[in-house]
Design a protein around this ligand. Structure first.
Ligand code: NAD
Ligand code: MG
Length: 386
């Protein structure tokens, strides 16, 4: 039985990971879980799974969970803040950490988990975007596995099995195109928050849903793929595929292409990452090809969806530029979610930050430099727009 911790257990990926654990026939024992402030959801997790360790980022929420556990006789250790996230990522009893918090807040706990020699089932793409070089190097040094949970990267990872990375010619990263696929800038400039949150194929947390609408999600995934699969940006092609059935593809030097296909259900890549290299009985629905009328493909429109271009630019620039891209995006999305800015402002804010902070991006890639620059970028964007 593998011991498992889930960071961000109350979110979209966290909840679906719990479902995989629930259906795993005791392959996994849930030892640690964290959340930001979702007290009610955490109580439900405690009642069902009885984990031994809990981390609530928010201190008041940690107190509420402690009281609940005392009143109901659950023997649980409750932590709060970043210390709690790190504690839950490094417990002796665990083998694998699912990083499903949203945002680069996942950076420190991910590094701590790797240093404690835990395998990582990685959903938290922002961490790889800002610190891919550090994370992958540390993982190699410590001999731990970074198992991708993101559906595209899970697909690529599967398509790479049994092949040699030196034969890899191209990664074809598929994208649904989001709710505004095919629309003009004129149309998009006035879209509402509700329209942007209405993703055609996936039900996800609000931040990644907005990222999917701007195509920044695909941009972050390009950088994620660069680090996970050690391939240069010229060999990553983004392909809009509105049905989200082909989760991504790999092209080899003999021009053979291997695709991974499945229903759009995150439990499939989560289950594969947790059980790798084994396969288990399905949790997701199988595909019925008689029901699929067509699979279509389009080139992404990077003029209208400037975020995708900005992410390629930041990735190619390298250094700390992806930290600027990510920090500005996290703040801009949160401003949009709070109805403080319009949809197209998101990309403009990121572009502006990438220009303003250019000179800071040549510093060494260290955790401290990443965090310091991230804070500067956030402050700058908030002062200008918040
Ligand atoms: P979500 O918003 O649904 O859940 C986020 C989780 O993180 C919650 O448990 C929340 O309590 C916790 N959290 C939020 N802010 C926090 C903070 N400041 N400190 C500590 N904990 C905090 O997000 P999600 O959709 O599950 O996405 C999680 C990550 O997985 C993101 O990086 C996202 O890009 C990635 N991802 C998600 C999906 C998906 O289908 N949802 C698919 C691929 C990748
Ligand atoms: Mg994805």
């Amino acid at each position: 039985m593998k011991g498992i911790s889930i960071l961000g257990a109350t979110g979209s990926i966290g909840t679906q990971t719990l479902d995989v654990v629930r259906n795993s026939n005791d392959d996994f024992k849930l030892i640690g879980v964290t959340a930001n402030s979702s007290v009610d959801k955490m109580k439900e997790i405690i009642k069902e799974f009885n984990p031994k360790y809990i981390g609530m980022m928010d201190a008041d929420s940690a107190i509420k969970i402690k009281e609940f556990c005392l009143e109901n006789n659950f023997k649980v250790q409750v932590y709060s803040g970043m210390e709690g996230l790190i504690k839950i990522s490094t417990l002796d009893e665990i083998d694998i950490v699912v990083t499903s918090v949203v945002g680069m807040i996942g950076l420190k706990p991910t590094i701590a988990a790797i240093e404690a020699k835990k395998d990582i089932a990685l959903a938290n793409k922002e961490t790889l975007v800002v610190a891919g070089e550090l994370v992958m190097r540390k993982a190699r040094e410590e001999g731990v596995r970074i198992l991708p949970v993101d559906s595209e990267h899970g697909a690529i990872f599967q398509a790479l099995q049994g092949n040699e990375i030196k034969d890899l010619k191209k990664i074809i990263l598929t994208a649904s195109g989001g709710p505004f696929r095919g629309k003009s800038k004129d149309f998009i400039k006035n879209v509402t928050l509700e329209e942007a949150l209405n993703h055609p194929n996936w039900s996800m947390g609000s931040k990644i849903t907005i990222d999917s609408a701007t195509l920044m999600n695909k941009g972050l995934e390009v950088i994620e793929a660069h680090w996970l699969f050690d391939c240069n940006y010229e060999s990553i092609q983004v392909l809009v595929h509105p049905q989200s059935i082909i989760h991504s593809m790999v092209e080899y030097r003999d021009a053979s292409i291997i695709a991974q296909i499945g229903s759009p259900d995150m439990r499939l890549p989560i289950q594969y990452a947790l059980n790798y290299p084994k396969r288990k009985e399905k949790v997701a629905k199988e595909i019925d090809f008689y029901e699929i009328t067509s699979l279509t493909f389009e080139k992404p429109d990077i003029d209208t969806f400037k975020c995708l271009r900005l992410a390629f630019d930041a990735g190619k620039k390298g250094g700390l530029m992806p930290t600027v891209l990510n920090g500005a995006n996290e703040v801009a999305v949160s401003l949009f979610l709070n109805k403080k800015i319009k949809f197209l402002d998101i990309a403009d804010i990121i572009e502006d930050a990438m220009t303003i902070f250019e000179e800071y991006t040549h510093n060494d890639i260290t955790i401290d430099n990443i965090i310091e620059l991230d804070e500067k970028v956030r402050k700058y964007v908030i002062n200008k727009k918040g």
